[in-house]
Design a protein. Structure first.
Length: 268
């Protein structure tokens, strides 16, 4: 009985070793998508400082590509869905499709964003300033372009005098960071057409300018807040504008929480 137990224990021990070492090898072979948590201040990806390369194809479609990401004979991912994309046609006007690359796959930019690619470069690191943590939600480290940040601090301090608390929820986001947002959600099973209704395609977000701020809470509740009412009255005094307003002439969805410093900014 004693020998049997010892033998039995040995067999179980060996099985455990084989099982766990087997698991390890299996996991290594699996095609695992590793998503790292983006840093609070995203590193500027070398690709984003390059201008989008434009090239004309035979059927007058402009492909906007990012240098270094384009692959020859790359399959078009959402071309089959092109017919489903609502497009406002004017007489004799050709629709010029635009594309972005997410994780090296090509996606069609929806009509609402078309023609609104941000052409200005993101500010360099030394042109940035960290938003003082007392003005960020949860004390997170958020960066913005220096002049915009200074204007925001002046505005937030004035608001505070009037007992209005304005907290930044998001500031500068690089094109690379914007792409990571898509990669992260797509890995969870959400598709491009769904996501792009709520998130600007990489290269199209004003946050890449370093002058745009999302205030907390960056959702529909913000429109009912005292901070929003205060901003509507005073933000222009500090050079800020609500760039996705309620009835946007460009047809963008309303984002009451999103404000951009336009003070001395050269219009894009
Ligand atoms: Zn925003």
């Amino acid at each position: 009985m004693k020998i049997f137990s010892f033998y039995h224990a040995g067999v179980i021990f060996l099985c455990c070793i084989l099982f766990f070492s087997g698991c390890g090898r299996h996991a290594e072979k699996k095609d695992v998508v590793v998503l790292t948590v983006p840093p609070a201040f995203p590193v500027i990806h070398p690709l984003e400082v390059k201008e989008g390369k434009e090239e004309k194809s035979a059927n007058d479609v402009i492909k906007i590509t990012t240098e270094g990401k384009k692959k020859k004979d790359e399959p078009v991912i959402t071309e089959k869905k092109m017919m489903d994309v609502p497009v406002i046609h004017r007489k004799n006007e050709k629709v010029v499709h635009e594309f972005v690359y997410i994780d090296q796959k090509r996606y069609l930019v929806p009509a609402v964003w078309r023609g609104n690619k941000i052409t200005r470069k993101s500010p360099a690191m030394n042109q940035m300033r960290q938003v003082p943590v007392q003005f960020t939600h949860g004390g997170t480290h958020i960066y913005a372009e220096k002049e915009a940040c200074n204007a925001f601090v002046a505005m937030a301090e004035q608001a505070l005098v009037e007992d209005i608390h304005i907290e930044v929820h998001s500031g500068f986001r690089s094109v690379w960071y914007q792409e990571k947002i898509f990669i992260k959600h797509m890995a969870k099973g959400r598709d491009w057409d769904d996501l792009v209704r709520y998130v600007a395609p990489p290269g199209y977000s004003e946050h890449a300018l370093g002058t745009a701020f999302d205030f907390y809470p960056s959702n529909w509740q913000f429109a009912d807040s005292s901070a929003y009412r205060w901003l509507q009255e005073h933000a222009h005094e500090f050079g800020f504008r609500e760039t996705y307003p309620k009835h946007s002439p460009k047809g963008f969805p309303w984002e009451a929480w999103h404000w951009r410093y336009v003070g001395r900014e050269v219009e894009r």
